[in-house]
Design a protein around this ligand. Structure first.
Ligand code: 13P
Length: 250
């Protein structure tokens, strides 16, 4: 059985006070939640303050990006070690906003996934098609390319440390959600890709999250699907009430 993971991607939102208050409400609201994993990913500068709040609680802490090099002349970047040193244990990589606004390609994302694993962070590799790719029937090709390239040269034992998030770009921040059936079928495609690349065991053990306009109103029907193991939540993770309801999906 795969354990559910509900992750909040705060993106470039919240100031220090808002981040601490939200983290505090989540820690309090999940003190009895032990049967699923809960993760929040604040902006880089807020990670230490949020760590002080979530340390020792049921809430994991992660970052939204990192660079693959360990150190050096890379102005504006942060390394996995830096993130670990301030309490992050997870990192979101290849988010569609990184791919499309900041022009990250599969090769760069693959280097980041490998570096995160090597340095002991748990990566969440995001994949997903654009609206025009969906409309021209390219969804499966795009998702396959992003999974295969993103996991290139990663061993069986290392790939088991990776979580995959399927986030169709047209569903992010738009209020349009993939139907649970559509999402489940892409998750199932991702499992078959993992089986071809690795093994049945990897395909069955890997957690695959859905992201894109996840809300209190649709989380239960998404989580009822066999291949959906959790959610990567943007907007609805910024308010304690809505994120707690999503965490407590039935
Ligand atoms: P929304 O939940 O705001 O659509 O964002 C999804 C997302 O990009 C999470 O990484």
């Amino acid at each position: 059985m795969r354990r559910a993971l509900i992750a909040g991607n705060w993106k470039m939102n919240l100031d220090r006070g808002g981040a601490e208050a939200l983290a505090r409400a989540l820690v309090e609201g999940t003190s009895e939640v032990n049967d699923r994993d809960i993760l929040i990913c604040p902006s880089f500068p807020l990670i230490p303050a949020v760590y002080a709040v979530v340390k020792g609680s049921n809430v994991w802490l992660g970052a939204q990006n990192m660079y693959f090099e360990k150190k050096g002349a890379f102005t504006g970047e942060v390394s996995a070690d830096m993130l670990k040193s301030v309490g992050a244990e997870w990192v979101i990589l290849g988010h569609s906003e990184r791919r499309h606004i900041f022009k990250e390609d599969d090769e760069l994302i693959n280097k980041k996934v490998k570096s995160a694993i090597d340095q002991g962070l748990k990566p969440i590799l995001c994949v997903g098609e654009l609206l025009e790719e969906r409309e021209s029937g390219k969804t499966e090709d795009v998702v396959k390319r992003q999974v295969v390239e993103g996991l290139k040269d990663i061993s069986v034992s290392d790939v088991l440390k990776v979580t995959i998030a399927y986030e169709p770009v047209w569903a992010i921040g738009t209020g349009k959600t993939a139907t649970p059936e559509d999402a489940d079928s892409i998750h199932s495609l991702i499992r078959s890709i993992l089986k071809d690349m690795y093994s049945e065991e990897v395909s069955q053990k890997t957690r695959i999250l859905y992201g894109g306009s996840v809300k209190p109103e649709n989380i239960d029907s998404l989580m009822a699907k066999e291949n959906i193991d959790g959610a990567l939540v943007g907007g609805a993770s910024l308010k304690a009430e809505s994120f707690l309801r999503i965490i407590k999906f039935q």
